[in-house]
Design a binder for this molecule. Structure first.
Ligand SMILES: [Mg+2]
Length: 342
């Protein structure tokens, strides 16, 4: 596999120009159904997928959100679509349409843009949504901004603000894997090396948003929900603040990614503390939700067809948000803050 390097040979974006590149991208997109207009006009025309819409946007910026030392174009395209779908999943909504705005240096190799598009098309196909157009501009770094529409399921959208005192707090899947993958990459591991670090790296580079699970949990009666994008404790603090409640979370109950112990025995062993990564590492894109205790079996049954486990990690309370003995507000590190972390 030839990994992308900025000095790589072959044609660059500047050889095609803006219109040439737009045409090249448009040729990769599906055609619209009758009654809709996608790429090619000033705006896309779509038939609203439901009575209401959920609308989100998320931007990936070189340096801040991805590193070209280990991210291929395809990884970046895939992740840009996936992280938007994850925000819709956290509302219990089904992603339907996406627009993408791409800024890049004119010297960027065309093979990189082709791979980026491959990743976007792959993620859109896997998630059952349509890429309906976008825009291009030049910049000194690569940035890919996706905006995505979705339809809420039969249940109303699940908000962050609905947690009630006495509800159980739960999380899907296992945590810390994506942060472990990033730590492995930083320690020099690369895809195709050790199978253990490979799986963690996959979680970091190509996250799988819990779209079906989000809709299933909305139907099962989740009272509040958020996707774990910036770290369990930080997203927990957000959920509690929005709901105006506190919580008591048991640190021993947090489901830790099983490969985090094993990765410390690989060739490029990253210096990690598995329990700490599970609590504060970001980008797992699991769902953190609250639900009435009596509905836990219903939630488990709703997740079963997706093969996704859930774990009760604590309870919503009227006090302060607490993680074991500690109050979240007094803890040094909760997770990832774009505008605070160095
Ligand atoms: Mg989110």
């Amino acid at each position: 596999v030839t990994r992308f390097v900025r000095a790589g040979g072959g044609s660059a974006v500047s050889d095609l120009g803006e219109q040439g590149l737009l045409d090249r991208i448009a040729a990769r997109l599906d055609g619209p159904p009758r009654g809709e207009i996608w790429a090619g006009d000033d705006g896309a025309v779509i038939v609203a997928p439901g009575a209401g819409l959920v609308w989100t946007t998320d931007v990936l910026v070189e340096g801040a959100d991805f590193d070209l030392a280990w991210s291929l174009g395809g990884d970046i395209g895939y992740k840009a679509v996936a992280v938007n779908a994850s925000d819709l999943a956290a509302m219990g909504a089904a992603p339907s349409h996406a627009l993408a705005a791409l800024s890049l240096p004119a010297s960027t190799p065309l093979v990189f843009v082709d791979a980026l598009l491959d990743g976007m098309v792959e993620a859109a196909g896997a998630l059952g949504l349509a890429l309906v157009g976008g825009d291009l501009s030049s910049a000194s770094e690569i940035a890919l901004c996706v905006s995505m529409l979705g339809a809420p399921g039969p249940a109303v959208p699940v908000l962050r603000s609905g947690a009630l005192q006495g509800d159980a707090l739960c999380v899907t899947g296992r945590l810390g894997g994506a942060a472990g993958g990033l730590a492995a990459l930083r320690a020099g591991a690369r895809p195709g090396g050790d199978p253990t670090s490979d799986r963690l790296i996959e979680r970091q580079l190509r996250p799988r948003p819990r779209v079906g699970e989000g809709m299933a949990l909305a139907g099962a009666g989740a009272s509040a929900m958020i996707d774990v994008s910036d770290g369990l404790l930080l997203d927990l603090a957000r959920l509690m603040a929005a709901s105006g409640t506190g919580c008591q979370v048991d640190p021993r109950a947090v489901p830790v990614d099983r490969d985090l112990e094993a990765v410390s025995r690989t060739a490029h062993a990253p210096p990690i503390d598995p329990a700490r990564l599970a609590a504060t590492g970001g980008e797992d894109f699991e769902l953190l939700f609250s639900i009435e205790g009596g509905a836990l079996d219903r939630a488990r049954a709703a997740l079963e067809p997706h093969g996704t486990p859930m774990t009760v990690i604590g309870e919503v309370t009227s006090g302060a948000p607490r993680f074991g003995q500690e109050e979240l507000s007094s803890m040094e590190e909760l997770g990832w803050d774009h505008l605070r972390n160095p």
